[in-house]
Design a protein around this ligand. Structure first.
Ligand SMILES: [Zn+2]
Length: 106
């Protein structure tokens, strides 16, 4: 039985879409100013959410959405690192989703 319940929604800082929290990746700025992907959703710090899609990481980099959301300058190397970390965890995190559009290079 699936009964509807209130699903907490969060906004992706890149594409601005509202989505259920569990479909989003939390990026957190830790108290010591590191910016990391937080798969547990429980790390302390200021959080920002991104869709579990590489495009949104790219979009966030392009628009510097995380800088604004985290109120901190996020270096391009951090964006790249996050994108890589994300790709590394994507399989386990996004198991069951099939998005294969990796060949659109901007
Ligand atoms: Zn998004």
């Amino acid at each position: 039985m699936v009964r509807p319940r209130k699903i907490p929604l969060r906004k992706c800082v890149a594409c601005q879409e509202m989505k259920p929290k569990k479909e989003l990746i939390r990026v957190v700025r830790t108290p010591d100013e590191a910016v990391l992907i937080d798969l547990t959703g429980k790390k302390a710090g200021r959080g920002a959410y991104l869709c579990g899609k590489v495009e949104c990481f790219r979009l966030a980099k392009k628009s510097r959405a995380l800088d604004r959301a985290l109120k901190q300058t996020v270096g391009t190397e951090i964006y790249d690192q996050l994108a890589q970390d994300f790709i590394a965890v994507e399989d386990e995190w996004g198991a069951g989703k099939d998005e294969m559009d990796d060949d659109e290079e901007a």
